[in-house]
Design a protein around this ligand. Sequence first.
Ligand SMILES: *[C@@H]1O[C@H](CO)[C@@H](O)[C@H](O)[C@H]1NC(C)=O
Ligand SMILES: [Ca+2]
Ligand SMILES: [Ca+2]
Length: 302
Amino acid sequence: MRVWLFFVLCLAGKALAAPQQQDALPEEEEVIEDVVTEETVIGANPVQVEVGEFDEAIDEEEEPTTPENPCLNHHCKHGKVCELDETNTPMCVCQDPSTCPATVGEFEKVCGTDNKTYSSSCHFFATKCTLEGTKKGHKLHLDYIGPCKFIPPCVDSELTEFPLRMRDWLKNVLVSLYERDEDNNLLNEKQKMRVKKIHENEKRLEAGDHPMELLARDFEKNYNMYIFPVHWQFGQLDQHPIDGYLSHTELSPLRAPLIPMEHCTTRFFEECDLDNDKYIALDEWAKCFGIKDQDVDQNMII
Ligand SMILES: *[C@@H]1O[C@H](CO)[C@@H](O)[C@H](O)[C@H]1NC(C)=O
Ligand SMILES: [Ca+2]
Ligand SMILES: [Ca+2]
């Protein structure tokens, strides 16, 4: 299961990264390379890598342009490409889906929230762009990686297992980032100090496929170890903008690769949004993962 999960997350990262060579920002490219060369079982946190790839929300950047081609330094958000108007001014217009790079693998396909399969994330965002300003376009999001398929309903008993596995996974991802960190700067100094404590705790449950009862017992006994990983993941996702709320777009890097494998993903995150405002606030997020109110701390997002 775990190996499978990593494998798919890697593929997902590549699939989403591939069509973007032209407008990817330099720092994104570097991170992607880092991860593609990693060969550990748990793997680097896919979330750090993919955040940018799902970004529907980044504003168009007005950067200084060169006289030769004003479009060179003009970045457009996903689904748009730069074109010059009559006065040679660069502007972002919807990309024609037929100009998206040809796709090969099944894993390049994505499923939209309209339950329609798109050939790639490029095709998806280009299509979404043409619907901009309409209600349909506003509601359309990238749902998950891979072609649309039947996702069995998530029953209550399965729903309770989801956070157990997810919490354990988050903790293991952090520990593995810590162990491989050296000078890769996968974690910042403050984060390392936090994870060091988890890493050194001899009561820590080693990574592996554990029965639910064991995960549940471990959460009860070693509850403190899970507080930081839950906060950390929230901080990784809350980037566009950093405002203490996760939008559908911000949650995508986590949801999209997970849904095809974990059929409770959608229901889990839907139910996290307790006040139903379509955003997941930190306290809603923490509660979903069983963190007690008094342990929710904005300052732990470092
Ligand atoms: C979505 O599409 C897939 C494949 O076409 C289908 O099997 C599935 O039942 C659909 N799901 C819903 C909720 O309509
Ligand atoms: Ca946010
Ligand atoms: Ca909410």
